[in-house]
Design a protein around this ligand. Structure first.
Ligand SMILES: [Zn+2]
Length: 266
């Protein structure tokens, strides 16, 4: 197995096999991790996270065969996060989700061993230091990803536009226009967070991510969650045997001496 398209979430190409093609899978700062709140270090000097998404421009929604992703314009600093553990603003590039088949699995990070049904990743890059997303994705301080847990409860109004758009990108390799979507509506009202140095959770698994995992989940309805599980396929329209896109998460990886810092006192 070589190249970009040799991995997935199946029995033969899933997370436990990724190290065969991507040896960094067994590296020292891999993600996700299990967050144990009682072992996180409260750091009072961690600033509040500042999310400046007011002028953001979403471009498209796509199915890349591993997740569903919304892409943003990122040629200037109009959509950034700053503060928190970050030394400079990081630009929003895309967001995507990981989810399961049922409510007790789906998230990548876990808290005290507990999984959530879904996890949202808002991916940002350090444009002060690097000239492109690709360059940043290869650097130890290149990316900052906000992880947000999704639990089921009330319907999430802001999420409707997204779940209603999924039918346009059912199959791997499809893409549709998706403008004027502001992911600010997907943030919980309180933004206490844990932060630690980690990696991409999909191949090539680069150890380039400063993770910011929010403590509070957001809620979507079971019906909205079902749209993720039922609408999307890992397979392209041409392939025989459609495989539903579910359980597209990597399990927690060893901490290997890393410290998780908390912005809040538990
Ligand atoms: Zn992700």
């Amino acid at each position: 197995m070589t190249g970009q398209h040799c991995w997935g979430y199946g029995e033969e190409d899933g997370p436990s096999e990724w190290h065969r093609s991507f040896s960094i899978a067994e590296g020292d700062r891999q993600s996700p991790i299990d967050i144990v709140p009682s072992q996180a270090t409260y750091n009072p000097s961690l600033k509040p996270l500042v999310v400046s998404y007011e002028l953001c421009t979403s471009l498209s929604i796509s199915n890349n065969g591993h997740s569903v992703m919304v892409n943003f314009e990122d040629y200037d600093d109009k959509t950034v996060i700053s503060g928190g553990p970050l030394e400079s603003p990081y630009r929003l590039k895309q967001f995507h989700f990981h989810w399961g088949t049922k409510s007790n699995q789906g998230s990548e990070h876990t808290v005290n061993g507990k999984s959530f049904p879904c996890e949202l990743h808002l991916v940002h890059w350090n444009a002060k230091k690097y000239s492109s997303f690709e360059e940043a994705a290869d650097a130890p301080d290149g990316l900052a990803v906000i992880g947000i847990f999704l639990d089921t409860g009330h319907q999430h109004t802001g999420m409707n536009r997204l779940t209603d758009a999924l039918y346009m990108v059912k199959f791997k390799g499809t893409k549709a226009q998706f403008d004027n979507f502001n992911p600010k509506c997907l943030l919980p009202s309180k933004q206490d967070y844990w932060t630690y140095p980690g990696s991409l959770t999909t191949p090539p698994l680069n150890e380039s991510v400063l993770w910011i995992v929010l403590k509070d989940p957001i809620y979507i309805s079971e019906k909205q969650m079902l749209k993720f599980r039922k609408t999307l396929f890992y397979t392209s329209e041409e392939e025989d045997g459609r495989i539903h896109m579910v359980n597209n998460f990597r399990p927690p990886q060893p901490l290997k001496g890393r410290t998780v810092q908390a912005s809040f006192k538990s």
